[in-house]
Ligand binder design. Structure first.
Ligand SMILES: [Zn+2]
Ligand SMILES: [Zn+2]
Length: 201
Protein backbone atom coordinates (compact mmCIF):
# COMPACT_ATOMS: atom_id res chain seq x y z
CA UNK A 1 0.00 0.00 0.00
CA UNK A 2 2.61 2.55 0.94
CA UNK A 3 6.15 2.76 2.06
CA UNK A 4 8.20 5.52 3.56
CA UNK A 5 11.72 6.77 3.31
CA UNK A 6 12.76 6.94 6.92
CA UNK A 7 15.54 9.42 6.24
CA UNK A 8 13.33 12.06 4.68
CA UNK A 9 10.11 11.45 6.56
CA UNK A 10 8.11 11.08 3.39
CA UNK A 11 5.43 8.66 2.37
CA UNK A 12 5.99 6.71 -0.83
CA UNK A 13 2.71 6.73 -2.70
CA UNK A 14 1.69 5.61 -6.20
CA UNK A 15 1.81 8.06 -9.11
CA UNK A 16 0.25 6.97 -12.43
CA UNK A 17 2.93 8.72 -14.51
CA UNK A 18 6.09 8.36 -12.37
CA UNK A 19 5.30 5.01 -10.74
CA UNK A 20 5.75 6.30 -7.23
CA UNK A 21 6.24 9.63 -5.57
CA UNK A 22 7.67 10.78 -2.27
CA UNK A 23 5.06 12.81 -0.51
CA UNK A 24 5.24 14.98 2.59
CA UNK A 25 2.32 15.16 4.98
CA UNK A 26 1.77 18.83 4.04
CA UNK A 27 1.06 17.70 0.46
CA UNK A 28 -1.88 15.62 1.62
CA UNK A 29 -5.25 17.23 0.84
CA UNK A 30 -7.86 14.82 2.21
CA UNK A 31 -7.62 11.97 4.70
CA UNK A 32 -10.73 9.90 5.22
CA UNK A 33 -11.19 6.65 7.05
CA UNK A 34 -12.88 4.08 4.82
CA UNK A 35 -16.14 2.82 6.26
CA UNK A 36 -16.08 -0.90 7.03
CA UNK A 37 -12.32 -1.16 7.42
CA UNK A 38 -11.75 -1.89 11.07
CA UNK A 39 -8.62 -3.93 11.82
CA UNK A 40 -6.53 -2.52 10.49
CA UNK A 41 -8.29 0.68 9.48
CA UNK A 42 -7.60 1.87 5.95
CA UNK A 43 -7.59 5.52 4.91
CA UNK A 44 -8.32 7.08 1.55
CA UNK A 45 -5.77 9.81 1.00
CA UNK A 46 -5.81 12.49 -1.69
CA UNK A 47 -2.41 14.07 -2.19
CA UNK A 48 -0.78 16.66 -4.43
CA UNK A 49 1.95 14.88 -6.38
CA UNK A 50 5.24 16.29 -7.70
CA UNK A 51 3.87 15.64 -11.19
CA UNK A 52 1.36 18.42 -10.55
CA UNK A 53 -1.75 16.30 -10.25
CA UNK A 54 -3.80 15.07 -7.33
CA UNK A 55 -3.87 11.30 -6.79
CA UNK A 56 -5.77 8.97 -4.50
CA UNK A 57 -4.02 6.30 -2.43
CA UNK A 58 -5.12 3.79 0.18
CA UNK A 59 -2.93 3.88 3.27
CA UNK A 60 -3.10 1.59 6.29
CA UNK A 61 -3.53 3.12 9.72
CA UNK A 62 -0.04 2.24 10.98
CA UNK A 63 1.66 3.49 7.83
CA UNK A 64 -0.31 6.73 7.94
CA UNK A 65 0.51 7.48 11.57
CA UNK A 66 3.98 6.09 12.08
CA UNK A 67 5.73 5.95 8.71
CA UNK A 68 6.99 9.55 8.98
CA UNK A 69 8.89 8.41 12.09
CA UNK A 70 10.39 5.46 10.25
CA UNK A 71 8.99 3.05 12.81
CA UNK A 72 7.92 0.43 10.32
CA UNK A 73 10.99 0.71 8.17
CA UNK A 74 13.46 -2.15 7.91
CA UNK A 75 16.30 -0.07 6.49
CA UNK A 76 19.66 -0.25 8.20
CA UNK A 77 22.33 2.37 8.69
CA UNK A 78 25.96 2.27 9.64
CA UNK A 79 26.35 3.07 13.30
CA UNK A 80 29.55 5.16 13.42
CA UNK A 81 30.06 4.43 17.11
CA UNK A 82 30.15 0.68 16.68
CA UNK A 83 30.82 0.32 12.91
CA UNK A 84 27.94 -2.12 12.78
CA UNK A 85 24.85 -1.90 10.66
CA UNK A 86 21.96 -1.30 12.98
CA UNK A 87 18.27 -1.42 12.32
CA UNK A 88 17.09 2.06 11.51
CA UNK A 89 13.63 1.36 12.87
CA UNK A 90 14.98 0.46 16.32
CA UNK A 91 17.13 3.60 16.41
CA UNK A 92 14.23 5.79 15.37
CA UNK A 93 11.95 4.04 17.83
CA UNK A 94 14.49 4.90 20.54
CA UNK A 95 14.54 8.56 19.46
CA UNK A 96 10.77 8.74 19.25
CA UNK A 97 10.21 7.15 22.63
CA UNK A 98 12.78 9.50 24.19
CA UNK A 99 10.80 12.48 22.86
CA UNK A 100 7.49 11.02 23.94
CA UNK A 101 8.97 10.21 27.36
CA UNK A 102 9.73 13.94 27.74
CA UNK A 103 6.12 14.74 26.97
CA UNK A 104 6.80 15.75 23.36
CA UNK A 105 4.50 14.33 20.72
CA UNK A 106 5.32 14.01 17.00
CA UNK A 107 2.31 16.17 16.07
CA UNK A 108 -0.04 18.43 17.96
CA UNK A 109 -2.83 20.86 17.24
CA UNK A 110 -4.91 23.40 19.13
CA UNK A 111 -8.43 22.22 20.00
CA UNK A 112 -10.65 25.30 19.94
CA UNK A 113 -13.51 23.70 21.89
CA UNK A 114 -11.24 22.61 24.74
CA UNK A 115 -8.95 25.65 24.43
CA UNK A 116 -6.01 23.26 24.75
CA UNK A 117 -3.05 21.86 22.89
CA UNK A 118 -3.68 18.22 22.00
CA UNK A 119 -1.38 15.48 20.70
CA UNK A 120 -2.47 13.90 17.43
CA UNK A 121 -1.30 11.56 14.71
CA UNK A 122 -1.85 12.14 10.98
CA UNK A 123 -5.01 10.00 10.88
CA UNK A 124 -6.76 12.77 12.87
CA UNK A 125 -6.18 15.25 10.02
CA UNK A 126 -9.18 15.48 7.68
CA UNK A 127 -8.51 18.27 5.20
CA UNK A 128 -5.42 20.29 4.33
CA UNK A 129 -5.20 23.38 2.16
CA UNK A 130 -2.12 25.44 1.27
CA UNK A 131 -2.47 29.10 2.28
CA UNK A 132 0.41 31.39 1.21
CA UNK A 133 3.38 30.30 3.36
CA UNK A 134 1.26 28.14 5.63
CA UNK A 135 -1.08 25.19 5.56
CA UNK A 136 -4.63 25.22 6.92
CA UNK A 137 -5.58 21.91 8.53
CA UNK A 138 -8.92 20.66 9.78
CA UNK A 139 -8.23 18.25 12.63
CA UNK A 140 -10.70 16.03 14.44
CA UNK A 141 -9.78 16.06 18.11
CA UNK A 142 -9.16 12.53 19.40
CA UNK A 143 -10.08 13.68 22.92
CA UNK A 144 -13.42 15.47 22.40
CA UNK A 145 -14.37 14.66 18.79
CA UNK A 146 -14.84 18.27 17.68
CA UNK A 147 -13.11 19.59 14.58
CA UNK A 148 -10.79 22.60 14.74
CA UNK A 149 -9.01 24.48 11.98
CA UNK A 150 -5.38 25.46 12.55
CA UNK A 151 -3.02 27.47 10.36
CA UNK A 152 0.50 26.06 10.67
CA UNK A 153 3.84 26.02 8.85
CA UNK A 154 4.87 23.09 6.67
CA UNK A 155 7.57 21.94 9.15
CA UNK A 156 4.87 21.74 11.85
CA UNK A 157 3.40 18.93 9.74
CA UNK A 158 6.43 17.54 7.94
CA UNK A 159 9.03 17.43 10.72
CA UNK A 160 7.92 15.13 13.55
CA UNK A 161 8.39 16.72 16.99
CA UNK A 162 8.64 20.20 15.47
CA UNK A 163 5.97 22.48 16.90
CA UNK A 164 5.33 26.02 15.68
CA UNK A 165 5.80 28.65 18.39
CA UNK A 166 2.61 30.36 17.21
CA UNK A 167 -0.22 29.12 15.06
CA UNK A 168 -3.54 30.48 13.83
CA UNK A 169 -6.81 29.00 15.05
CA UNK A 170 -10.24 29.65 13.56
CA UNK A 171 -12.48 30.86 16.41
CA UNK A 172 -15.24 28.40 15.65
CA UNK A 173 -16.16 24.82 16.57
CA UNK A 174 -17.09 22.77 13.53
CA UNK A 175 -19.82 20.16 13.67
CA UNK A 176 -19.13 16.71 12.30
CA UNK A 177 -20.35 17.37 8.75
CA UNK A 178 -19.50 21.05 8.43
CA UNK A 179 -16.21 20.47 6.61
CA UNK A 180 -16.93 17.47 4.46
CA UNK A 181 -15.35 18.53 1.23
CA UNK A 182 -12.37 20.54 0.10
CA UNK A 183 -14.77 23.04 -1.46
CA UNK A 184 -16.55 23.57 1.87
CA UNK A 185 -13.17 23.89 3.57
CA UNK A 186 -11.89 26.48 1.09
CA UNK A 187 -15.09 28.50 1.40
CA UNK A 188 -14.79 28.41 5.18
CA UNK A 189 -11.17 29.55 5.07
CA UNK A 190 -12.04 32.52 2.89
CA UNK A 191 -14.61 33.78 5.38
CA UNK A 192 -12.71 32.93 8.57
CA UNK A 193 -10.44 34.95 10.74
CA UNK A 194 -7.69 33.33 12.74
CA UNK A 195 -6.83 33.90 16.38
CA UNK A 196 -3.16 33.61 17.21
CA UNK A 197 -2.26 31.01 19.83
CA UNK A 198 1.14 30.67 21.41
CA UNK A 199 2.14 27.01 21.68
CA UNK A 200 5.64 27.47 23.05
CA UNK A 201 7.31 30.13 25.14
ZN1 LIG B 1 1.87 12.02 -9.84
ZN1 LIG C 1 -10.79 18.56 21.76
Amino acid sequence: MSGVDALTGTYRLPCPSAGSSRVLLSSFREIERLAGSAHPAVYRVVFRCDCGEDHVALVGHDALDWSPLGLDDDATYLNLMTSRRDGLASELAGLASAHIGRGEWPWCFFCYLENALRPVTPSAFRLLAPASHAVAVAVRCPACGSTSVNLVTRPHLDVPFHTDARIGVVAHVFEGDALRTREAFRAELQSSSFDEKRLRL
